[in-house]
Design a protein around this ligand. Structure first.
Ligand SMILES: N=c1c2ncn([C@@H]3O[C@H](COP(=O)(O)OP(=O)(O)OP(=O)(O)O)[C@@H](O)[C@H]3O)c2ncn1[C@@H]1O[C@H](COP(=O)(O)O)[C@@H](O)[C@H]1O
Length: 180
């Protein structure tokens, strides 16, 4: 299969395929493959996983109903997805720290501080309200409104954890212990 049959950006006549490390199951990225060369994909062949790295094709998964493809490859390449996920997760830690700082600040200095000052009942009530609002948006199809409510819920959930003197990493530990 020729190099020109692969691309790293979407283009006409090409189909996106998700690349996954076959050992770690880490998602590595997306490669675009010329549709008329899809039949020629062969186990063991080299697949570009980044501009200068290749991996051996180990397994091909076709998802017929969604017309999508997942390719498991043997590769030592670093995941670009993982980097993005870590960066985003890093912001949640940063936001949690700001929220913790607001707990010690003057109640009139910010919304978060004023919420802490109103006490645990008010904070818990806000989480309940935001939960109801996201449920309502879930029934509709407006991404912006849904994302707004999802962010409101996450922010107020972090405030509730802080109000209870718990840390997000403690919740993550519960999830890890539960993980099968
Ligand atoms: N991410 C948020 C965030 N998301 C939502 N909200 C607030 O949450 C409230 C939700 O809206 P509602 O209409 O439900 O609430 P409300 O009517 O304003 O308040 P209530 O009278 O119902 O209590 C709004 O006032 C939003 O501004 C947030 N407030 C603060 N942050 C972040 O928290 C950090 C600290 O912010 P300050 O508290 O502003 O310093 C910063 O990083 C902010 O970006």
């Amino acid at each position: 299969m020729m190099e020109k049959n692969f691309a790293f950006s979407a283009q006409e006549g090409f189909r996106g395929a998700i690349l996954q490390n076959y050992k770690t199951k880490q998602l590595l990225g997306i490669i675009y493959i010329a549709i008329d060369s899809l039949e020629e994909l062969t186990l063991g062949q080299d697949i570009p996983v980044s501009a200068n790295e290749k991996g051996k094709l180990i397994k091909i998964h076709h998802h017929n109903s969604q017309d999508s493809i997942l390719l498991e490859v043997d590769s030592t390449s670093e995941s670009t997805f993982e980097k993005e996920v870590n960066e985003k997760a890093g912001f949640i830690d940063y936001l949690s720290e700001i929220i913790a700082d607001r707990k010690k600040a003057d109640p009139s200095s910010s919304y978060t501080s004023s919420l802490f000052a109103k006490g645990i009942n008010k904070v818990a009530q806000k989480v309940g309200e935001e939960a109801v609002e996201i449920v309502i948006e879930a029934k509709d199809d407006n991404k912006d409104l849904f994302m707004g409510e999802a962010a409101d819920l996450l922010y107020h959930y972090l405030v509730l954890l802080e109000a209870k003197d718990y840390k997000l990493h403690e919740v993550i530990e519960v999830l890890e212990a539960r993980h099968k």
